[in-house]
Ligand binder design. Structure first.
Ligand SMILES: Nc1ncnc2c1ncn2[C@@H]1O[C@H](COP(=O)(O)OP(=O)(O)OP(=O)(O)O)[C@@H](O)[C@H]1O
Ligand SMILES: [Mg+2]
Length: 364
C-alpha cells in the first residue's frame, strides 16, 4: 500500500530545466500516466522517484516516509526502463531472477518467485531461452516480470510498450492495466502516446517543458482540457482550434467563427465573461461536428477538401474560406472531394480558450 507525494521537485542539467517545481499526489493503488512530448521531463521525473537522480530541490514521500535521500535499493520500487535493457547474454529466467539475486534472496525462493511471475505473464514456456531468441513482445513481458518479481511498493514503467507494433501495443495496454489492478500496486507509467494514457490510466498528468499542465482522469482531460496544449495533445484526430470573437446578438453573448455567429451554452457564457479580450480560440473535436446536406441558419457551408476512409471511420478535411476543419464521420457517410455540405457545431461541443499566450488557458 503506497501513496506517492512529490513536493516542489526541481531538476536541471546545466541550463536545461528538465523538471520545474513539480508537485503531485498519486493515491494508493492508482495507475498514473506521465504523458508528454519528447524532452518534457517524464523520464527525469521517474528517475527522481526511483532515486536514480537526485532533485536540486523538493521532496519525495512514500506514505508517511520522506524518501528523498534514500538509495534506490531502499525505496522498494520496481523499475522498467525505457528500452527495457535486458541482459542479452542471460536466459529469460536469469533476467527475471536478477534483481532477487542482487538482494541475496536464497536460490529456492528465487526459483519459486520467478516461476510464479512467469505464469502470471504467460512466459513460463520461455524460461530456458536466451532473451535474444524471443520476440519483441515476449521481451517486453520479461522486462515486466523482472520489475514485478521484486514485489515492490511501487512500479515505475518508462515507455513499457513503445517498441511494440500496433496490435501488440493494444493488447499490452489492456494487459498492464489488468496486471496492475490485480497486484493493486501504485504504478507510474511514462508514455508519449495519448492512446496509452487514455486506455491504461486512472489518472493522467500531462507534461510540457518540465511542468504538469493538467492532472485528471482520462475523461477530465478529454472533456475539459485545461489549455490548448492539452486540447491538442489528447484526442486523435486533434481538436480543431479556430480564431473566434465573442460577440453579443439580441443581448445574448455568442461567438463569431468562420464568418458565422454561433450560440453558446449558458455555462460557456459564464466562462466567456472572464475573457480579457473579445478574441478567443474556439476548440471543437472532429467527432463532435455534424455534417448535413441541407443548409440551416446555424450551419456553416463547407467544401470537402480531402476524404480519408480508415475502415471504421472517415476523416474529412473541409475548406471554409481560408480555413480547414477536420471532421470524423461514420464510414457509411461518403462524400466526394469538392462536394458542398453544411456543418453543425453544437453549443455543447464547443471549448473556448484565451488567446495571447503560447498555451491559451481554458475559458469555457
Ligand atoms: N543526464 C542528462 N544530462 C543532460 N540533459 C539531460 C539529462 N537527462 C535529461 N536531460 C534533458 O532534460 C530534458 C528532459 O529529459 P527527459 O529524458 O526527462 O525527457 P522525456 O520526457 O523522458 O523525453 P523522451 O520522450 O524523449 O524520453 C531534455 O531536454 C533532456 O535533454
Ligand atoms: Mg523518456
Amino acid at each position: 500500500m503506497s501513496r506517492v507525494t512529490l513536493k516542489h521537485l526541481a531538476r536541471s542539467f546545466g541550463p536545461v530545466v528538465a523538471v520545474r517545481d513539480l508537485s503531485l499526489e498519486i493515491p494508493d493503488g492508482t495507475l498514473l500516466c506521465l504523458l508528454g512530448p519528447s524532452g518534457s521531463g517524464k523520464t527525469t521525473t521517474l528517475r527522481l522517484i526511483a532515486g536514480l537522480e537526485r532533485p536540486d530541490s523538493g521532496e519525495i514521500w512514500l506514505d508517511e516516509d520522506e524518501i528523498t535521500g534514500l538509495e534506490p535499493r531502499d525505496r522498494h520500487v520496481g523499475v522498467m526502463f525505457q528500452g527495457y535493457a535486458l541482459y542479452p547474454q542471460m536466459s529469460v529466467e536469469d533476467n527475471i531472477a536478477y534483481p532477487l539475486k542482487v538482494r541475496g534472496t536464497p536460490r529456492a525462493e528465487r526459483g519459486a518467485r520467478v516461476a510464479e511471475v512467469a505464469r502470471l505473464l504467460e512466459i513460463d514456456g520461455l524460461l530456458g531461452r536466451g532473451v535474444q531468441e524471443i520476440s519483441g513482445g515476449q521481451q517486453q513481458r520479461v522486462a515486466l516480470a523482472r520489475a514485478i518479481v521484486q514485489r515492490p511498493r511501487l512500479f515505475l514503467l518508462d515507455e513499457p510498450i513503445s517498441n511494440l507494433d500496433a496490435v501488440l501495443r493494444s493488447t499490452m495496454r489492456a494487459e498492464i492495466r489488468r496486471l496492475q489492478k490485480m497486484l493493486g500496486a501504485t504504478t507510474v507509467v511514462v508514455s508519449h502516446d495519448q492512446l496509452d494514457a487514455l486506455a491504461m490510466a486512472d489518472l493522467i498528468a500531462i507534461m510540457k517543458d518540465g511542468v504538469i499542465q493538467q492532472l485528471g482522469t482520462p475523461d477530465d482531460v478529454y472533456d475539459r482540457p485545461t489549455n490548448t496544449f492539452v486540447a491538442r495533445f489528447i484526442g486523435e484526430p486533434q481538436m480543431n482550434l479556430l480564431p473566434a470573437t465573442i460577440e453579443p446578438r439580441d443581448g445574448l453573448v455568442g461567438a463569431r467563427v468562420l464568418g458565422h455567429w454561433l450560440s453558446v451554452t449558458d455555462q460557456a457564457r459564464g466562462g466567456l465573461a472572464s475573457a480579457t479580450a473579445p478574441e478567443v480560440r474556439l476548440g471543437v473535436r472532429p467527432r463532435a461536428i455534424r455534417i448535413h446536406r441541407d443548409a440551416a441558419p446555424d450551419r456553416i457551408g463547407a467544401t470537402v477538401y480531402l476524404a480519408a476512409p480508415e475502415g471504421s471511420r472517415v476523416i474529412y478535411q473541409f475548406q471554409i474560406d481560408g480555413s480547414r476543419l477536420t471532421v470524423q464521420a461514420e464510414p457509411e457517410f461518403r462524400l466526394r472531394e469538392g462536394e458542398e455540405v453544411h456543418l453543425e457545431l453544437r453549443p455543447e461541443s464547443l471549448h473556448f480558450f484565451a488567446t495571447g499566450s503560447d498555451v491559451g488557458a481554458r475559458l469555457a
